[in-house]
Write a protein that binds this ligand. Structure first.
Ligand code: MV4
Length: 459
């Protein structure tokens, strides 16, 4: 195992990785920006290096500073967490050429899955169901029109270099196709420095179901079941559940087998997530692959009793997976609420500042992953998630009640948070029924006369 690991991240995920390292007896190095000097990841790591000013581009996003910190502290490996450099293939490559182990997939796998056209082709060749559409990227609107002649409207245009919902456009007729295509190309060029666009049949109101996988360096790949991330607002996940209320044991086996097959065929290693859209007819389609540990990994940890971060460290150190697929048992139900420093009554505007009081819930089956404490100042520079509240119980109905109880115990004063908003969602009969789709949040606002959501063509 590694003699020292550097964590190239901040916030709750930096703490999560430090905890896993401590349990494995691995000394840790934290890096931090000047805005994070009072952060818990700095306090709980064995060593800490200030790598620059508050701005991410000059700290957490700067490979030079991270590599320098690893070299001066003698770290052998770097865990990137999520966000920042986690899915930067060049950074993973630089780690390798500096003699540092990047705790994640090989650069080639990150690159292959980062190109959404390439990723889709890889999955299709592996026999994973993909959404009908263009084979590869589409040169112009006239080529797009030819594809629509085959698959029909509505279609969605996506940036090859996009992902996570950025740079997408729906067209329901030829006029929208022609204007949308040009805009999509220009936006993709500006946002991702790559104008490539591909086209797919637009699936109305799917669910977002993703499969967690683990792959060692010797070709062994297993899956840890699904997470249902259907409850999203503007492509931001609000809460995640496992198992999904609509995935049967049989469907889990098939989706899991697809994810494993796709990962093997991509030469994937370490932890990853294969995202699918699930239709109301029960058909699922590959959407994209996330080549990192995800925010919502704890729900999988709770129902499988597998420490995903510890597995990542073992895999990166060259250990063989000790678990086989038969060892993976889904037990009970887990749900995670993302607690953000945001004001739901002001269109979820960020609410940074001083937390005057902070009390976290506890009790059986309750887990809180947070870097926040009373008198902590939430910096304005970074994302607004201040805590993840995860509960584990026997079944979905009891799990939701436990989450409601835990949310009631959660006290955060001094800033706005999404705690009360989560209570309303969890108490909603449609949410409780388990039968909803990615339009759930928008529909909830309509039904409860909350803030209207801009219904333009940008999804
Ligand atoms: C789609 C789709 C419908 N049809 N692709 C959104 C995130 C990005 N990864 C892809 N997304 C979508 N792709 C086709 N062909 C609908 C969405 C989508 C969505 C997906 C998952 C969760 C929430 C969503 C909200 C709006 C649109």
């Amino acid at each position: 195992m590694f003699k020292k690991i550097l964590i190239a991240n901040r916030g709750e995920i930096a703490l999560r990785i430090i905890r896993a390292c401590r349990e494995l007896g691995i000394p840790t190095v934290a890096v931090y920006s000047q805005a994070d000097a009072d952060s818990l990841h700095v306090r709980f790591a064995d060593e800490a290096v200030c790598i620059g000013p508050a701005r991410s581009a000059e700290s957490y996003l700067d490979p030079k500073r991270i590599i320098a910190a690893a070299e001066i502290t003698g770290a052998e490996a770097i865990h990137p967490g999520y966000g920042y450099l986690a899915e930067n293939a060049d950074f993973a490559e630089i780690c390798g050429s500096c003699g540092l182990v990047f705790i994640g997939p090989p650069p080639e796998a990150i690159r292959a899955m980062g190109d959404k056209v390439h990723a889709k082709q890889t999955m299709q060749v592996a026999g994973v169901p993909v959404i009908p559409g263009s084979e590869g990227s589409v040169a112009d609107a006239s080529v797009a029109k030819k594809i629509v002649d085959e698959i029909g409207y509505p279609v969605i245009m996506k940036a090859a270099a996009g992902g996570g919902g950025r740079g997408m456009r729906i067209a329901r007729n030829q006029a929208e196709l022609e204007s949308g295509f040009k805009t999509a190309q220009l936006e993709a060029a500006a946002a991702f420095n790559n104008p490539e666009i591909y086209i797919e049949k637009y699936l109305e109101n799917p669910r977002h179901i993703e499969i967690q996988i683990l792959a060692d360096q010797y070709g062994n790949v297993i899956h840890l079941g699904e997470r249902d991330c259907t409850v999203q607002r503007r492509h931001q996940k609000l809460l995640e559940e496992s198992p999904s209320p609509v995935v049967s044991e049989e469907l889990r086996k098939r989706m899991g087998a697809s994810a494993v097959k796709g990962a093997k065929s991509a030469g994937y290693q370490n932890a990853g997530t294969v995202e699918f859209l699930l239709n109301t007819d029960g058909n699922y389609y590959f959407m994209e692959m996330n080549t990192r540990v995800q925010v919502e990994h704890p729900v999988t940890e709770e129902v499988t009793d597998i420490d995903i971060i510890a597995e990542m460290l073992h895999i990166a150190a060259g250990d063989k997976l000790k678990l086989t697929q038969d060892d993976v048992k889904i037990s009970g139900y887990a749900i995670e609420c993302r607690i953000n420093a945001e004001n739901p009554d002001a269109n979820f505007a960020p609410s940074p500042g001083l937390i005057t009081s902070f009390h976290v819930p506890g009790g059986h089956g309750v887990r809180v992953d947070t870097h926040v404490y009373a008198k902590y100042v939430v910096p304005q520079y970074y994302d607004s998630m201040i805590a993840k509240l995860i509960v584990h119980h026997k079944n979905r109905a009891d799990g939701i009640q436990k989450m409601l109880r835990a949310l009631d115990e959660f006290v955060v004063e001094g800033i706005y948070t999404t705690i009360d908003f989560h209570k309303k969602i969890l108490a909603d009969p449609v949410f409780q029924s388990g039968i909803f789709d990615t339009g759930f949040v928008e529909d909830y606002f309509r039904r409860t006369k909350g803030p209207a959501i801009n219904a333009d063509k940008v999804v």
